[in-house]
Design a protein around this ligand. Sequence first.
Ligand code: CDP
Ligand code: MG
Length: 138
Amino acid sequence: MSDEERTLVLLKPDAVRRHLIGEIIGRYEAKGLTVRAMELRTIDASMAREHYAEHVGRDYYTPLEEFITSGPLVAVVLEGRKAISVVRAMNGKTDCAEALPGTIRGDFGTQKNHNLVHASDCPESAEREIGLWFPNLG
Ligand code: CDP
Ligand code: MG
């Protein structure tokens, strides 16, 4: 079985506002991951609810929806060996204040909600999220 995987990454609106698109994509590329699809896009509440379906109803969901719809984000499909776990490790812990230096969240943020990046957390999530964001990707 091949270890090649695809994963869905979002550079969230804070990353775009802070002009970190190149820095963050550059890290993934330098690691050896391949960009298979990429789009700058502003999403509405309905798309936010679909993407974050498992979080709807949590106490942090309403501010999360406001944040993720607050401006353009960059959706990316990355491909490479063990891409799902590699990208999660590069992103760091959800709370930027706890994320290790050397990770994207650890190097560029201090917040828990405005935490710069999203990445699929398992193969099933990756398949669902890639289908949601890039339905025409072969
Ligand atoms: O993004 P990640 O998979 O690391 O975290 P999650 O637990 O799946 O939560 C999804 C997103 O909700 C996070 O990235 C945060 O932006 C937000 N969140 C939050 O604002 N407060 C929390 N207590 C948990 C998550
Ligand atoms: Mg998650």
